[in-house]
Ligand binder design. Sequence first.
Ligand SMILES: [Fe+2]
Ligand SMILES: [Fe+2]
Length: 132
Amino acid sequence: MLFEWKDSLNVLVGVVDHQHQLLFELGSRVHKAMRHGETDLAPLLDNLISYARLHFEHEEQLMAVYHYPHLEAHRHLHGSLVARIVAFRDRFARGDAGVTLDIMLFLHEWLGHHLGKADIDFASFLHERSAA
Ligand SMILES: [Fe+2]
Ligand SMILES: [Fe+2]
């Protein structure tokens, strides 16, 4: 199942986990709307973009506070994620039918891979620091 929250995705930083779950929820809404053939995905994509920006900012602030050594690389990943969803929204607005499959693949990659790898790496760093 694409949009099923797994406990292994918890980074054990309360606010971040909560935000990730909400991103999942927003991703899942886009996914469902596409499956049901809804034609106006723009508002859902806008929601996802706004919330992703908010979340990324929060995560980067946390990284800065804790002097995370990979902050710049992580910030770069966030920037390209947002740029890609914005590009999807624009393609969608232009009536590009092929965009829905691309959006699904992208959500899968983002919510599975970025969150399940890059964010988990940061979480491990935080836990090592707090244990030190
Ligand atoms: Fe994240
Ligand atoms: Fe992240």
